[in-house]
Design a protein around this ligand. Structure first.
Ligand SMILES: Cc1ncc(COP(=O)(O)O)c(C=O)c1O
Length: 398
């Protein structure tokens, strides 16, 4: 992979003064994605599905093409792909349409993003119980603990496939097999995995899977929910209205087929088209190459950080187990102050705070961390600059 050449595909990266290390929030988008969005607005800014003029038919066909490509990307069938606006909406859709009853248990890990925690806690009002499986001290998944807590009441495991807190992935296949033996369904939150881990829903045998387009080079506000067809058939409806019904009368309606039943109102046509381009681009680069570059950068950065006094990396020490994420805190220095100074002094964009995993920070009594999340277009030179700047700032602050 020629990174210098690849960087030319991103207009933003031609700006010399920026170093973007907030890829866990959203990735940068290559120019082909931006051009595709422009193409929609310039060449066929029309409605799909509802109109029968030629341009509307072209848009409908192109959107179907994207649905097929996304399905292929995760080894699903096209009618198992529901377009949403992000992972959060995908999970909310599921939480609000699954047939969960009083006494049913939903299990998550103890370090879920709020988007895979709050929707389940909220079901308390229906009597649904949310429980967490505690991770090992180094934040890795504890499979033995899972096998101990599985019981007939556990109807769903909703798990982050890879954590935005520390980059650690769970042994998804092993967990799914165990859950299915117990009769539980599994939802994987693949928001952080989809950009560099090959996801094969058939091999995994996962029941539901959610991810965001904007974390995999796609436009803002695009997302996907995958569900096995027979399970989608059993879901209740969530958002309803235009596009979700075959027909209606004053007092009744007949739901449309799957997946349209779940895609209420006019959709983000330009975003979906852009997401289609993003996936083509990702496949051209190869997810393995993306992961390889993340690990090279993480290895270097982690080794350098571990030389700093009073600095703690969240998660396992080995960089190879944390993908492109290094989340750390320094006992005597405020993470927010660090993040602001890195930006103002060197244009280095990082994230400070609790990264929407407040529950983990609260339970560990850690105030916040600075998160560096790297992608394949980041370079070793950028990481070296980060380390130099960080050391300079620490000297100033101490
Ligand atoms: C693991 C994980 N799950 C869910 C989300 C929510 O994603 P979105 O804001 O795109 O809905 C994020 C966002 O960072 C995440 O990292």
């Amino acid at each position: 992979m020629n990174i210098k050449k690849l960087r030319k595909d991103f207009y933003f990266l031609q700006k010399k003064n920026y170093i973007y290390f907030d890829n866990a929030c959203n990735s940068l988008r290559p120019d082909c994605v931006v051009e595709k969005i422009n193409e929609y607005y310039k060449e066929y800014p029309v409605c799909a599905g509802r109109s029968n003029y030629a341009l509307a038919e072209k848009l409908t066909t192109d959107l179907l093409g994207v649905r097929k490509n996304i399905a292929k990307f995760i080894s699903a069938k096209e009618d198992e792909i529901i377009f949403t606006k992000n992972t959060t909406e995908s999970i909310n859709l599921l939480a609000n349409s699954l047939d969960l009853k009083e006494g049913d248990i939903v299990l998550t890990t103890d370090k879920e993003h709020n988007s895979n925690l709050i929707p389940w806690i909220k079901l308390k009002s229906k009597g649904v119980i949310h429980k967490t499986i505690n991770s090992n001290p180094d934040n890795t998944f504890n499979i033995e603990r899972l096998s101990k807590v599985l019981c007939p009441e556990v109807k769903l495991l909703a798990l982050g496939m890879s954590s935005n807190l520390d980059g650690v992935s769970i042994p998804a296949k092993e967990i799914i097999d165990l859950a299915h033996k117990n009769g539980s369904l599994v939802l994987l939150d693949a928001a952080q995995s989809a950009i560099s881990e090959k996801i094969d829903v058939k091999y995994l045998d996962v029941d539901f899977l959610a991810f965001s387009g904007h974390k995999i080079l796609g436009p803002s506000g695009t997302g996907v929910l995958f569900g096995k067809k027979d399970l989608l058939e059993k879901l209740g409806s969530f958002l309803v209205g235009g596009s979700t019904v075959h027909s209606s009368s004053y007092d009744d309606f007949e739901l449309a087929d799957i997946p349209e039943r779940f895609e209420a109102g006019l959709q983000n046509f330009s975003g979906i088209l852009g997401l289609g381009e993003a996936i083509k681009y990702l496949e051209k680069i190869g997810l393995k190459n993306i992961q390889k570059q993340k690990l090279v950068l993480n290895e270097y950065l982690s080794n350098e950080l571990l030389k700093i006094d009073k600095l703690h990396i969240i998660g396992p020490e080995e960089a190879s187990r944390r993908s492109g994420i290094v989340s750390f805190y320094i006992d005597d220095i405020d993470s927010h102050q660090l993040s602001i100074m890195l930006d103002r002094s060197a244009g280095i964009m990082t994230r400070s705070g609790q990264h929407c995993v407040h529950s983990w920070f609260k339970s560990r009594e850690v105030a916040s961390s600075l998160r560096v999340s790297m992608s394949f277009y980041n370079t070793l030179d950028e990481v070296k600059k980060f380390v130099d700047e960080l050391n300079n700032i620490i000297k100033i602050l101490r």
